[in-house]
Design a protein around this ligand. Structure first.
Ligand SMILES: [Zn+2]
Length: 122
């Protein structure tokens, strides 16, 4: 999936920070918009800033802040998992695995509704 520069939920510029895991290694970018009503984090592919490797979107199941999970898209593996924290599969066991689809970020609220529906039935 292509990297995006503006938040699909609020249209603000995504905050960019470079992530270098080892000194001297190729960095990648973390793009984020963390607000009260939405949280989005995306990571670019190492060596190609124009392509996203993964994307995390918070999904609130209730107004309680603890009552939220994260949808984690892994575009390389074509996996979509629901986890209890950021960074998805590498740190957290998935609560659920959803049939993979590419997220349509132009319809953000529809995407959240779709994810909630999937989660109810998974
Ligand atoms: Zn935003």
């Amino acid at each position: 999936m292509k990297t995006f520069s503006h938040c699909p939920a609020c249209k603000a510029a995504m905050l960019n920070e470079v992530i270098v895991s080892h000194p001297g290694s190729v960095g990648r970018w973390r793009l984020g918009c963390l607000r009260i009503d939405h949280e989005i984090l995306a990571y670019t592919k190492k060596g190609d800033d124009n392509i996203l490797e993964c994307l995390d979107i918070a999904i609130k199941m209730a107004s309680n802040k603890k009552d939220r999970v994260y949808a984690n898209w892994d575009f390389d593996k074509q996996e979509l998992k629901i986890t209890e924290g950021w960074f998805g599969p590498s740190f957290y066991e998935p609560n659920a695995v959803i049939p993979y689809f590419e997220p349509d970020l132009t319809q953000y609220s529809n995407l959240i509704k779709k994810m909630k529906t999937y989660m109810v039935f998974s």
